[in-house]
Design a protein around this ligand. Structure first.
Ligand SMILES: [Zn+2]
Length: 246
């Protein structure tokens, strides 16, 4: 299994790696597996990274248009190239589209802060979410949500972000994770029985979730957010949309 750096160091934006497999059967857009990578394969509402592979020997480069997990391995989907894919054994520089990834890390962390505030102040459970670089949405079981409440939530989230709360990544044995009451609300109990370690993201003093994504290390790196919309998805289910303020 290749080393998956995104889970331990979200700030690693490039790494040298060897090609361990190339699947040309994927058609004109080849699939490449490396012995290590900084790419995030997508999941939990965070889209996969994009970036480049650069062959050190001759300076040739390939655009990685997406990444995903296949049998536990992170695979890179390359753009079509007339000269074909790199070869097994090639030494490559793996280079993320860092501006995009950092925007996703800030957005993802902002969504955790939103989730933490809505849970702490209103007891509303999150039921889902999704994001693009710079904007995202979360769905809550939040029957009494109103426009006034949403304004108050925006203010509170911005205050919490400005405090400079540390964001910590932990990997816990399953039993230990299940003993944390706060994790139950993110439906940790729906995780398949085969998973015996659970990765958690904690905004210290505000939010704790089982999570596989990438986040910034401190809430001040998010900056400020703006609520850009809210919708009713039914009597109980409500959606809040946010964007980063630039
Ligand atoms: Zn997350």
């Amino acid at each position: 299994m290749g080393e998956q750096i995104c889970y331990t160091d979200a700030y690693a934006r490039s790494v040298e790696a060897r090609v361990v497999a190339v699947d040309p059967s994927a058609g004109p857009a080849p699939i490449v597996v490396l012995d290590r990578t900084v790419f995030y394969p997508g999941g939990g509402g965070q889209p996969p990274d994009r970036g480049l592979l650069l062959r050190t020997a001759d300076g040739r480069q390939w655009t990685v248009r997406s990444a995903r997990k296949a049998d536990g391995e992170i695979v890179h989907e390359l753009d079509e190239s007339a000269d074909g894919p790199p070869d097994v054994g090639d030494l490559l520089l793996v280079d993320l589209d860092w501006a995009r990834r950092l925007a996703l890390m800030r957005t993802h962390t902002a969504l955790h802060a939103l989730c933490g505030v809505v849970w702490r102040d209103y007891g509303a459970l999150v039921t889902g979410g999704n994001m693009e670089p710079g904007s995202g949405r979360m769905d809550f079981e939040f029957e009494r949500m109103t426009g006034d409440l949403v304004d108050a939530i925006e203010d509170t989230v911005n205050r919490e972000l400005a405090i400079g709360r540390e964001v910590r990544v932990n990997v816990l044995p399953r039993e230990e994770a299940f003993a944390i009451p706060d994790l139950i609300r993110t439906k940790v109990n729906l995780l398949p029985p085969g998973i015996d370690e659970i990765r958690t993201i904690e905004i210290v003093g505000l939010d704790l979730q089982a999570d596989g994504g990438t986040h910034v290390a401190n809430t001040t790196e998010v900056g400020r957010i703006r609520v850009t919309g809210y919708e009713s998805k039914g009597r109980i289910n409500k959606r809040i949309r946010i964007a980063l303020e630039e």
